[in-house]
Write a protein that binds this ligand. Structure first.
Ligand SMILES: *Cc1c(COP(=O)(O)O)cnc(C)c1O
Length: 403
């Protein structure tokens, strides 16, 4: 799938493995393709930074003109360090404390409220504060249940069926609802879902006079295999813009359109490089055991996600069938029964689509170090995170030597 002229093997020589590599040009291309797909008077794209939160990635998005979507106060702080202005940051957390909301109010970001209790809290504590409400339209959006967040059993958002109660609370506290938000999940297979959700959400916009923007969240699907299903953003953008513009015209409103893509922006711009430690033949399977595991890339185990794997060290080698597995004491299978060019000990394997929710979900499980991260920008490689060391594992441990 990759058409990249990055010299990955050279990077491994220089920085060692396992290693994450990000291509800034691909991210810029993704952002521009996305932005240009919509034909509306006012558009703001807020990168959902939980997908990949390195400061250099945030600075890159800032330089592209993007806003940010944050789900924790720490993400907000990092976004501000990277140069984002508070008004360009949307805060869409769930189930957080009042204290965390208070901090976000102090920082001046746009707040997205996803339950009545918090709405009442805001109404009582911050009269006149502009707020955005997160609506759950109850549509099965995501590619699988773990990443579907808009369905009836989901913990996210204010139910569309409770719209009358929402109106009552807004009226009674005189809350200024400036935004309406929906996010139905990741990997949405059918973009009609967006259009359907849009119609429901625009019905909510009708109920509030102060609305300035409508935020349709994300869920754009990227291809994980050559020819794999993905959202055709320009086709979708055209159709969606028509629906949106027609609504605005009909109502005589000049609303801003917002989206919060994460995966779409960074997934295909990331590569993960690992080294083959062991080739092990069992009765049924040939395993390649690599110097990484679910501690560095958990998506295959957690979401059954597919990542293309290739052997960079032996591109002409005969194709053989392998199961690529990790070094963690769990069944951490990256890919079962994959055809790879013959793998020898110390060969370097590459995982694709390693930009979104890969490093961001990494851990120190089994007391392993998290990998280094490198950004390729204008043909140069830049270290943007050091590999951890033994000291990092101990840095917050307190040892009162009780025994
Ligand atoms: C995670 C998240 C996103 C990004 O979803 P992707 O599938 O990565 O594009 C957007 N908005 C909210 C509120 C999220 O929680």
């Amino acid at each position: 799938m990759t058409q990249s002229n990055i010299d990955f093997l050279n990077l491994v020589e220089k920085y060692d493995a396992p290693l994450y590599v990000y291509d800034s040009q691909k991210i810029a291309d993704n952002y521009n393709r996305f932005y240009n797909a919509f034909e509306v008077p006012k558009l703001k794209v807020h990168y959902a930074c939980k997908a990949l939160t390195n400061l250099s990635i945030l600075r890159l998005f800032h330089s592209l003109g993007s806003g940010l979507d944050c789900v924790s106060i720490q993400e907000i702080k990092m976004g501000m360090m990277a140069g984002f202005k508070p008004e360009d940051i949307i805060f869409t957390p769930n189930n957080i404390s009042e204290e965390e909301y208070d901090l976000a109010v102090k920082l001046g970001v746009r707040i997205n409220v996803d339950n009545f209790e918090m709405l009442e809290y805001f109404g009582a504590t911050y009269p006149g504060l502009p707020l955005c409400v997160r609506i759950n339209p109850h549509m099965m959006g995501g590619g699988n249940r773990k990443i579907s967040v808009g369905h009836i059993g989901s913990k996210f958002g204010i139910s569309i069926h409770q719209l009358p109660l929402l109106e009552t609370i807004v009226k009674s506290f005189n809350i200024k609802v400036v935004g309406v938000h929906v996010h139905t999940g990741s990997d949405i297979l059918d973009s009609d879902i967006f259009i359907k959700a849009a119609k429901i959400i625009l019905g909510v916009v009708d109920k509030f006079d102060d609305v300035e923007y409508v935020d349709f969240g994300s869920g754009f699907k990227v291809a994980y295999k050559p020819g794999g299903l993905h959202t055709d953003i320009s086709e979708f953008g055209k159709e969606f813009s028509q629906t949106f513009n027609a609504y605005c015209e009909e109502r005589g409103k000049e609303l801003e359109l917002k989206f919060e893509p994460g995966k779409y922006m960074v997934s295909n711009a990331g590569y993960f490089l690992v080294r083959a430690n062991v080739i092990k033949q069992t009765t049924a399977t040939t395993f390649v055991g690599v110097d990484s595991g679910m501690n560095h890339l958990i998506r295959p185990m957690f979401y059954d996600a597919h990542h293309e794997i290739s052997n960079l060290s032996n591109p002409e080698g005969k194709k053989k069938i392998y199961s690529v597995v990790g070094y963690i004491c769990e069944t951490d299978t990256f890919g079962a029964d994959r055809q790879l060019n013959e793998v020898r000990k110390d060969d370097i394997l590459m995982f694709e689509n390693a930009g979104a929710y890969c490093f961001a979900m990494s851990s120190n499980y089994n007391s392993r170090y998290r990998p280094a991260e490198v950004m390729i920008h204008n043909g140069q490689d830049h270290l943007i995170r050091k590999r951890e060391t033994f000291d990092d594992l101990l840095v917050n441990q307190v040892d009162p030597k009780l025994f």
